[in-house]
Design a protein around this ligand. Structure first.
Ligand code: FAD
Length: 490
């Protein structure tokens, strides 16, 4: 391996590996370094006891016309990764105030949701039909300029503009806030919610790469290597070297590597506060970075079932009372869980080669604080009680359970350098003040330093697609920078 490169990418998560692969394709001598033994960050796929699965319940959404499809195409490897578009994708369960659990099928791409089915699920009567259609119509058809006006509006404030039944309100506020972007609905940014909803309407619920998300990111890493990039795994970057306000390379546990450009996928807060060091930045920028708010973390469970129980990949449950707010999160932290919670179960064992014959691996869980120090037990107890109530057949067939919380997420992906952060599911929270025109810049105030991934470089997408979109955007920015800023000798 060389020790001098045009660009070093710290982290091979979805954003980092996409960015590195594109820069290599465009002719830059690129090194991608990750502390883990596999690429893919939070979306890596594991092989264990005949199963292949992600650590977490991960579904790239939408199912078609996504940023992932676009990245594979730009890299010229769209034929090497099969993106399976399950149809039906899953079941949506809505519990009425009287305790009846109603069900609606979620279809794959090419099968837009029939408003009549949704109205039946949510019990929308004739008197409410016009207003509910106004909401869905305006959201589905909102022009980009009007979406941008919602950068400073929360999901709840946006929904309050419509006189809609509580069931419709909850459908939107539960599923599009906590259920998608992993933030409470009173701070979730409405422009993000509208953009992602439009993508789901056009592209369908979700897709799954054959062999797992990790296999897809390995194919992207393979493309990087085919174009001359080096991928160095099991190597933690200890320090991003900065001299006189200019990036010079990285110090790792396996030695130093030099480059005039470093792109960090390690999260903005860990990059500024730990890898570079706050002494290299203005105090006001350090304060801005410290103040950024993470998405929620996750208290999760994986069950191995002794027979396949789930027929579809994803099952969602919500009721009129599952809209979560920051107040709910604070109360849950002190042990007061809400009576009803948004809960889901999902499996990837339905896809070829993902599970031994006759078995199924099921994911479930609940959003919790991103703080790695928070014990996930309170959230897991609640989730398990709800899973037993809503999907009793799953529980009857559990032969093995594994649990995790935000500490596991932090250890796999980003260091905790700010109190309460590290174990976030997505990255920075897609909340009012951090999205659209307020999204942190991917260009750091140090010459040659950039951020990539869910934290910066793209806005208005869901998780993996957000990070991959960032990978593409930041690669373009870095290429322009590289062309216009020839490296100084030495
Ligand atoms: C419980 C859970 C459920 C989720 N569900 C979904 C879902 O349904 N759909 C969806 O699309 N997404 C989902 N996500 C989120 C999605 O996986 C993330 O948004 C995405 O992985 C973010 O990508 P990223 O590129 O920003 O970085 P990350 O995935 O965070 O990767 C960062 C990489 O940087 C590396 N790194 C960090 N520091 C260093 C260092 N010092 N040296 C070397 N390497 C370093 C890490 O090892 C890691 O590989 C879920 C996540 C969780 C935790």
């Amino acid at each position: 391996m060389a020790d001098k490169y045009d660009v070093i990418v710290v982290g091979a998560g979805p954003g980092g590996v996409t960015c590195g692969a594109l820069l290599a394709k465009w002719g830059l001598k690129t090194l991608v370094v990750d502390k883990n033994s596999q690429v893919g960050g939070k979306a890596m796929t594991l092989s264990k006891n005949g199963f292949r699965y992600e650590y977490y319940p991960i579904w790239p959404c939408p199912g078609a016309e996504s940023q992932i499809h676009a990245a594979l195409k730009v890299l010229g490897i769209e034929d090497r990764v099969e993106l399976i578009q399950p149809d039906p994708f899953g079941l949506m369960h809505y519990e009425t105030p009287s305790g009846e659990i109603r069900t609606m099928i979620m279809r794959g791409p090419g099968h837009p949701m029939d408003p009549q089915d949704l109205f039946k699920l949510l019990g929308v009567g004739e008197a409410d039909t016009d207003e509910v259609l106004r909401l869905f119509g305006e959201v589905a058809l909102m022009a980009p300029h009007d979406q941008d006006l919602l950068d400073d509006v929360s999901t709840i404030e946006f929904l309050d503009r419509y006189r809609i039944p509580r069931s419709v309100y909850s459908f939107f506020a539960t599923l599009q806030s906590e259920g998608t972007i992993e933030v409470p609905s009173d701070i979730a940014c409405a422009s993000e919610v509208v953009k992602i909803f439009q993508q789901l309407v056009t592209g369908g619920s979700g897709c799954y790469p054959a062999g797992g998300l990790g296999a897809m990111y390995e194919a992207i890493a393979g493309a990087a290597q085919a174009n001359g990039s080096d991928i160095l795994l099991e190597t933690r970057v200890e320090r991003i070297v900065v001299l006189n306000g200019r990036v010079g390379g990285v110090f790792t546990e396996k030695g130093a590597f030099y480059a005039p450009i470093v792109v960090s996928n390690a999260g903005i807060q860990p990059t500024v506060l730990k890898l570079v060091g706050e002494e290299h930045f203005d105090k006001s920028y350090v304060n801005y970075v410290r103040d950024l708010v993470p998405s929620l973390g996750f208290a999760g469970a994986r069950y191995i079932l002794n027979k396949p129980v789930l027929e579809y990949p994803v099952y969602l449950y919500f009721s009129d009372n599952t809209v979560s707010t920051t107040d709910h999160i604070i109360k849950a932290k002190s042990g007061q869980m809400p009576e009803q919670i948004y809960v889901f179960i999902s499996t990837n064992s339905l896809f070829p080669g993902m599970a031994p014959q006759g078995k199924q691996l099921v994911h479930t869980g609940l959003s919790c604080p991103a703080d790695p120090k928070v014990d996930p037990k309170t959230w897991l107890d609640k989730v398990e009680a709800e899973v037993a109530r809503i999907w009793p057949d799953v529980v009857k067939h559990i032969e093995e359970r594994e649990y995790y919380g935000s500490a596991h997420i932090s250890a796999l992906s980003r260091d905790s350098v700010v109190p309460g952060a590290g174990g976030e599911c997505i990255g920075l929270g897609q909340i009012v003040g951090q999205c659209g025109k307020h999204k942190p810049s991917a260009k750091a105030p140090i010459i040659g330093l950039f951020y990539v991934g869910a934290d910066a470089g793209s806005t208005g997408f869901f998780a993996n697609n957000l990070a991959v979109a960032s990978g593409m955007n930041v690669a373009k920015t870095v290429l322009q920078y590289f062309k216009t800023h020839p490296a100084k000798p030495g």
